[in-house]
Design a protein around this ligand. Structure first.
Ligand SMILES: Cc1cc2nc3c(=O)[nH]c(=O)nc-3n(C[C@H](O)[C@H](O)[C@H](O)COP(=O)(O)OP(=O)(O)OC[C@H]3O[C@@H](n4cnc5c(N)ncnc54)[C@H](O)[C@@H]3O)c2cc1C
Length: 404
């Protein structure tokens, strides 16, 4: 049986989150500082409101102060809070902390959980994830070169990373480096938790990137003879690739639903502007081209929403939903970009005015087609999986069209 109705709890969650967005989040957008986010004195009281309503850190279980209500609820909430670039910070579910929290939850020892996950989950510290390196293709983490070598009871890390989001101001970095160069390619790397006050950890610079919504920038980072204890390894030796993948499934549900929130905001701007813009006794909304923009955007938003919620539902049933997760990342990032582009076109020069609204959202949106797997990589994953499955099921005969 199919049932697309939200539960009573989910309805309450959506209503309360919407109220917080309207009352506290949108009015505070103007205080956001590029690359730094909201000043602490504004952010902290807003986070307190969210915690009191028990809408904090939807990706984490209750034990760590989160909502613990599964992926569909996480998706529904992300859609609401994603409408503002500061929403995920106010609700404690921003990247890369949310993904790092998920890895820590899954792989950390009880001591690591208390030391790193607890303050991260409470919103007391921020974190970053150092995987991508300038020298190799970020799309293929099996080619990483940064390494850690065991010396007595310590590991010595030497690595050059970049696009490490949020490194400025982060308390710790989860670094993915090679520990077993001779192992099978998916088992060469391990993860380490490196505190950013380690003398061997250096933020070289914030790499200038299109978009400025992420606090702490997208940084170039050097690990220079960076010594960490044995206990700093996260998960098992050789599990770096596996754990990094694990981080991406739930993260893509959050991203895809957050992008739908942004797309919804863009459609609302499109509609409101086109209704108000007069041309004689007609409005812009009377134009068929603008109506096409609105209808095409709605079709894409609804399709992406159903695709994402279906993936979330399958994950709630214990399925990894790998193909769906690739599809929502690929399709969702393109819907976001298409809808924002149409909205800007509708608003003409107003759409390009530097403000928090469309112009800023558009600059931020482009990267969505690259991070967490470029479009082309997801297409490849989906298509290869389908081809393999087709062959394995021995349905591969000459196509009937050739025979006839
Ligand atoms: C805003 C932003 C934030 C980021 N944050 C982080 C972070 O916090 N931590 C981190 O470690 N990294 C981060 N990254 C890096 C991100 O993970 C990489 O950019 C991404 O994995 C792609 O790697 P690449 O840029 O090296 O591109 P490449 O791997 O060099 O690929 C370039 C292009 O080649 C094509 N391509 C690549 N492989 C294939 C293939 N197999 N088949 C077909 N086409 C292919 C695609 O079109 C791709 O866009 C961030 C990136 C951005 C833009």
């Amino acid at each position: 049986m199919f049932n697309f109705t939200e539960s009573e709890d989910q309805k309450r969650m959506i209503d309360e989150a919407t109220e917080i967005m309207e009352k506290y989040v949108y009015p505070n957008e103007k205080y956001r500082v590029p690359h730094r986010g909201l000043p602490k004195e504004i952010l902290k009281p807003l986070q307190k409101v969210v915690k009191e309503k028990e809408l904090w850190a939807a990706h984490l279980p209750k034990k760590f102060g989160g909502m613990g209500q599964g992926f569909v609820s996480l998706g529904l909430l992300s859609e609401v809070i994603g409408q503002s670039p500061i929403g995920p910070y106010v609700f404690g579910s921003m990247a890369p902390d949310a993904g790092n929290g998920e890895i820590l939850l899954h792989a950390a020892t009880p001591e690591q959980k208390e030391r790193y996950l607890r303050p991260l989950a409470d919103g007391d510290v921020r974190s970053c994830f150092g995987m991508t390196e300038p020298e190799v293709s970020g799309s293929d983490p099996t080619t990483l070169q940064g390494k850690a070598v065991k010396e007595g009871k310590e590991w010595v890390i030497n690595a050059h990373k970049w696009y490490t989001t949020g490194a400025v101001g982060a308390a710790f970095c989860i670094a993915m480096v090679v520990t077993d160069p001779e192992a099978e390619k998916h088992k060469r790397t391990s993860l380490f938790i490196v505190e950013t006050d380690n003398p061997g950890f250096e933020v070289v610079r914030e790499v200038p990137v299109l978009g400025d919504h992420y606090p702490g920038g997208h940084c170039e980072v050097i690990f220079n003879n960076c010594r960490v204890s044995e206990e700093s390894m996260l998960g098992m030796r050789g599990e770096g690739f596996k754990l990094a993948q694990l981080r991406l499934g739930p993260g893509r549900i959050t991203h895809a639903m957050r992008w739908l929130g942004v797309a919804r905001r863009a459609v609302n701007e499109m509609i409101s502007y086109s209704l108000s813009k007069k041309d004689g006794d007609k409005t812009l909304a009377d134009s068929q081209i603008i109506q096409n923009f609105i209808a095409d955007s709605e079709a894409e938003i609804q399709a992406s929403r159903l695709l994402t919620l279906q993936a979330a539902w399958r994950m709630d049933q214990g399925d990894e939903a790998r193909r769906e997760v690739s599809l929502i990342k690929l399709y969702g990032a393109n819907v976001l970009n298409n809808v924002l582009d149409r909205a800007i076109q509708t608003l003409g020069m107003y759409g390009l005015k530097p403000s928090l609204s469309l112009e800023g959202l558009y600059r931020e949106a482009r990267a969505a087609r690259i991070y967490d797997g470029a479009d082309e990589v997801h297409r490849m994953v989906v298509a290869r999986g389908m081809l393999k499955e087709f062959k394995e099921k021995e349905r591969f005969n000459e196509p009937s069209t050739i025979k006839s």
